[in-house]
Design a protein around this ligand. Structure first.
Ligand code: C2E
Ligand code: MG
Ligand code: MG
Ligand code: MG
Length: 290
């Protein structure tokens, strides 16, 4: 009796697993098609100097609405592409699209810098340096306008080769940011060995700023650390004016978050860039309210 019940639940589990595997395979196939047919979309979220109100750059963020599967989150796009061996073509698409867009802005004389997220497996399993070099060449973007974001965690996974990979990227003239900083437990000596220019404080710290005194102390420590290493800091996920005010008072100058702007289309960014547009006035209004 017990045995056959076990058998039943095992078969049920098996069937469920088959369904999951089938869905994952179909999703991966759909993703591959979407990448090849240019059906993914990039939005851009502005990064602001919170004291001057000026936009200092934009971060490209992928979006995908599949006819078959509906809206798939960036996290699921990234993990699906990693599992299905599509990390290469996915990152190539994101890089190329973002670089082309930056060149389009430069042609309009808006010299926007664009930040692009790099998938963890790209960083270790592929020749990222050659890919970035090839994309800069094919899009003709000047390398100083490209910043690559790798998570602090990713650089910790491969502590031996990280400095080497990042130096290779630096030698192309692109800048580097450690994303989701504070969640990856990197040591001071690790940090010192990495040729990065920017730390992006993970949004979890910004969101808990007022509930958790330790998060405020942590942010203060990151800012001191960054200053001693000559790095700039971006606070991510700023939603409230009181968060902005607290961050500025701690000496954090750069910020990104829904308070300023959600990720928006390239055209909306262009509107922001046009001088005297109502959008810019609105943003400067926010910043001068302090
Ligand atoms: P991330 O690089 O840390 O990006 C910041 C995330 O925070 C984005 O989520 C952004 O939409 C969100 N965000 C910005 N401001 C706020 C705010 O004020 N409040 C809240 N709650 N969230 C805010 P998104 O677009 O869903 O992307 C999630 C993650 O997926 C990214 O985290 C990044 O790790 C990854 N990702 C996104 N686009 C790409 C891509 O093109 N390539 C790769 N490899 N990874 C990507
Ligand atoms: Mg990022
Ligand atoms: Mg982040
Ligand atoms: Mg993240």
């Amino acid at each position: 009796q017990a045995k056959s019940e076990q058998g039943m639940s095992y078969r049920f589990f098996d069937a469920q697993m088959n369904e999951d595997l089938k869905r994952r395979k179909q999703l991966a196939d759909a993703l591959e098609k979407a990448i090849n047919n240019n059906q993914l979309n990039l939005l851009y979220q502005p990064i602001f100097n919170m004291t001057s109100g000026k936009m200092v750059g934009v971060e490209a963020l992928v979006r995908w609405h599949s006819e078959e599967f509906g809206t798939i989150s960036p996290e699921e796009i990234v993990t699906t592409s990693e599992q299905a061996g599509l990390a290469n073509i996915f990152n190539h698409w994101v890089l190329t699209t973002a670089c082309k867009q930056a060149v389009a802005w430069h042609t309009m004389e808006y010299f926007v810098a664009v930040s692009v997220n790099i998938s963890p497996s790209m960083y270790t399993d592929h020749d990222l340096v050659s890919m970035v070099e090839e994309v800069l060449e094919s899009t003709q973007l000047q390398s100083q306008y490209l910043m690559l974001e790798v998570t602090e965690d990713t650089t910790m996974q491969d502590i031996e080769s990280s400095p080497h990979i990042l130096r290779g990227l630096s030698s192309l003239g692109v800048s580097l940011a450690l994303d989701d900083f504070g969640t990856g437990y990197s040591s001071l000596s690790h940090l010192k060995s990495l040729p990065v220019q920017r730390l992006k404080i993970d949004k979890s710290f910004i969101q808990d700023l007022f509930d958790s005194p330790s998060d405020l102390r942590f942010i203060t420590t990151i800012l001191q650390l960054a200053e001693s290493l000559g790095l700039n800091v971006v606070a991510e996920g700023i939603e409230l004016d009181k968060q902005r005010i607290a961050l500025i008072s701690q000496g954090c100058v750069l910020g990104q978050g829904y308070l300023f702007s959600r990720p928006v289309s390239a055209d909306s960014i262009t509107q922001l860039l046009i001088p005297q547009s109502s959008c810019v006035d609105k943003l400067q209004g926010v910043v001068s309210n302090m």
